[in-house]
Design a protein around this ligand. Structure first.
Ligand code: PMP
Length: 279
């Protein structure tokens, strides 16, 4: 795979990053994952905007315009002959002799862009997943998309190891914050679509935003508020959203079976609408 690593196009095999890169040593870097579907980057503008926002929240800027980044992304898609896939963008604060404080360090942010190919077509109808809940042990700013992902990595690994598709984080009062790599939604017994508000305890998902718009266009009543385990027990449907999973139905949360363990019509419809919107 041809990649773009620190100002150079090179094969993944030859890509090199310094061991003094602050992303490597401190998780001092931010990232985005953008899906590519048959000629189109999904929610491109939103992802690039959030990348800038993440950098600004942790106090650095990248000296590449959005159009320069898009030009690199397009070249990687073309040269790697990708029909469906994704682009991973990571920007670290830069490299320098290791020290916690970056004050007065002569740093230049390092941009890495890695493409990935997906073999199969995007399926509209998919099986639902089971998820388990676990306490949210992340730092207090999960709304910044940094590469400090250890709690997410551990929670997701435990999920997969135990036959679940995702781990849902719970705040101190046992309300769901979000998934380890997704936002969480329910359709309640009154057909109101609910997802947590952007209260600083979740990432402002770009797919979340698209689905909110999609639901509003379809005149679905949406509320952005906290979801309790009791809300889940009583809900009609549940699903997660992310750039890499789009809308994925959830049929079980811990021991609670949702919609008799079947994928709900509503989740299916939203997944279909989201994918068709991006045709
Ligand atoms: N929350 C977390 C913790 C995530 O890692 C992700 C995926 N990056 C999301 C939510 C969903 O965000 P998006 O829709 O922008 O992929």
């Amino acid at each position: 795979m041809l990649s773009y690593v620190n100002n150079k196009f090179c094969s993944l095999h030859n890509a090199k990053i310094s061991v003094n890169d602050r992303g490597y040593q401190f998780g001092d870097s931010v990232y985005e994952v953008i899906f590519y579907k048959d000629g189109k980057f999904l929610d491109l503008e939103g992802h690039l905007k959030r990348l800038r926002k993440s950098m600004s929240r942790i106090d650095f800027e990248l000296n590449f315009s959005d159009s320069a980044i898009i030009t690199i992304m397009r070249r990687l898609i073309i040269e790697n002959n990708i029909k469906h896939g994704s682009i991973y963008i990571q920007v670290s604060r830069g490299e320098y002799s290791r020290d916690h404080s970056y004050f007065n360090m002569p740093l230049k942010p390092i941009l890495v862009i890695l493409p990935k190919k997906i073999k199969e077509d995007f399926k509209i109808v998919i099986p639902g997943i089971k998820v388990y809940t676990t306490f949210d042990t992340r730092w207090n700013n999960p709304d910044i998309k940094t590469t400090q992902l250890l709690p997410n990595v551990l929670a997701k690994t435990k999920a997969i190891k135990n036959g679940f598709g995702e781990a849902l984080f719970l705040d101190k009062k046992s309300y769901v914050t979000e998934g380890s790599s997704s936002n969480f939604w329910i359709l309640n017994e009154n057909n109101i679509l609910i997802t947590r508000s952007l209260d600083g305890k979740i990432l402002a998902g770009i797919t979340r935003d698209s689905i909110l718009n999609c639901a509003k266009n379809k005149n679905i009543v949406v509320k952005e508020k906290k979801i309790s385990l009791d809300d889940i027990k009583d809900c009609k449907e549940a699903f997660i959203t992310s750039a890499s999973s789009f809308v994925t139905p959830v049929i079980q949360v811990d021991k609670m079976i949702i919609n008799d363990g079947k994928v709900g019509k509503f989740s299916n419809l939203l997944r279909k609408t989201y994918l068709e919107m991006n045709d």
